[in-house]
Write a protein that binds this ligand. Structure first.
Ligand SMILES: C=C1C[C@]23C[C@H]1CC[C@H]2[C@@]12CCC[C@@](C)(C(=O)O1)[C@H]2[C@@H]3C(=O)O
Ligand SMILES: O=C(O)CCC(=O)C(=O)O
Ligand SMILES: [Fe+2]
Length: 358
């Protein structure tokens, strides 16, 4: 049995304020502990992109003959893009959205029955990155790794099996899509399956694993001062994100500031994660992103966080490393990287970077 994500944080408890999860619906005013300022997050008030530029992450039709180049370009410039014609049935997207809405609509006491433990990965709680900030985020989350059966039974004593089926089917589609996207992006760099040993060993995708993160951003009385999910990069190879019809996701570009990713019905957002940045020897950008909230509509999102089995060493593809220089990053497993991230958060990437002599 390969090591799974379930035990990544076992020796690494994170103290998260689960018990302080408020009943958001009853709050008419934003409590001080939820009011963010630039002191709490350097980029909190970074300039938003001037709407006039119209610059946004590309929307790519996966059936388009030029999709490979478009994906490669998006990974290099933005580290993110949206996809349409991805082959995931619309009904399944509606089902996972319904499940997510139904989960977060349960009474707080019921949700807390499946609360994530300090050393665990799965279950209900605030986002793991909460421990790095002094202020609270205006959101609640539910993380799934492996089978959700035990947690779902506590949440929905009657209907848990139906909900488990939806999750299983969703993950099945997502893992095929994620691997397809990874190869399209790598092909754009001239890298093919023979170039990556661990990926070519098995064609059945057994080298990969994933976590599913359900997010809920309730209606917020003072959205301009609140933060839904603070700025972070994902520790994944790729993340595929479904958002309901409410805007809130923003991606950061040094030259543009925060750019809001508009929701297009039926489309999916793809983010380059830190491991893909490492694998591509820095050519693909792992995108800094966050979620803002609003005063009128609750927002839901479902993130499929995809990476390799925990014991696979990820290192820059030799083909992408210049013969006269060393690779940009040391090799790491997903597990090691998640632990580095759990201690050093946004500094994790720079900690495993090889420093070249100038
Ligand atoms: C497999 C993963 C990836 C995790 C940790 C673990 C389970 C939950 C994921 C998230 C989901 C929400 C954002 C994030 C930043 C967080 O706080 O928890 C993610 C994190 C990461 O990408 O680092
Ligand atoms: O809700 C969103 O749009 C972002 C979610 C996210 O970044 C995550 O779950 O990692
Ligand atoms: Fe994320």
């Amino acid at each position: 049995m390969p090591a799974m994500l379930t035990d990544v944080f076992r020796g690494h408890p994170i103290h998260l304020p689960h018990s302080h999860i408020p009943d958001f619906t009853s709050l008419r005013e934003l409590p001080d502990s939820y009011k963010w300022t630039p002191k709490d997050d350097l980029l909190f008030s970074a300039a938003p992109s001037p709407p006039a530029t119209g610059e946004n992450i590309p929307l790519i039709d996966l059936d388009h003959p030029d999709a490979t180049n478009q994906i490669g370009h998006a990974c290099r410039t933005w580290g993110a893009f949206q996809i349409s014609d991805h082959g995931v049935p619309l009904g399944l997207l509606q089902d996972i959205e319904f499940l997510t809405g139904s989960l977060f609509g349960l009474p707080v006491q019921r949700k807390l029955k499946s609360a994530r433990s300090e050393t665990g990965v799965s279950g209900y709680g605030v986002a793991r990155i909460a421990s790095f900030f002094n202020k609270q985020m205006w959101s609640e989350g539910f993380t799934i790794t492996g089978s959700p059966l035990n947690d779902f039974r506590k949440l929905w004593p009657q209907h848990h099996l139906n909900y488990c089926d939806i999750v299983e089917e969703y993950e099945e589609h997502m893992k095929k899509l994620a691997s397809k996207l990874m190869w399209l992006a790598l092909n754009s760099l001239g890298v093919s399956e023979e170039d990556i040993e661990w990926a070519s060993l098995s064609s059945d995708l057994n080298w990969a694993q994933a976590a599913l993160q359900l997010n809920h951003y309730p209606v917020c009385p003072e959205p301009d001062r609140a933060m839904g999910l603070a700025a972070h990069t994902d520790s994944t190879l790729l993340t595929i994100l479904y958002q309901n019809n409410t805007a809130g996701l923003q991606v950061f570009r040094d030259d543009l500031g925060w750019v809001t990713v508009p929701p297009f019905p039926g489309s999916l957002v793809v983010n380059v994660g830190d491991l893909f940045h490492i694998l591509s020897n820095g050519l693909f950008k792992s995108v800094l992103h966050r979620a803002r909230v609003n005063q009128t509509r609750a927002r839901l999102s479902v993130a499929f966080l995809w990476g390799p089995q925990s014991d696979i060493k990820i290192s820059p593809v030799p083909k992408l490393v210049s013969p006269v220089e060393s690779p940009l990053y040391q090799s790491v497993t997903w597990k090691e990287y998640l632990r580095t991230k759990a201690t050093h958060f946004n500094k994790a990437l720079s900690m495993i970077r090889n420093h070249r002599e100038e």
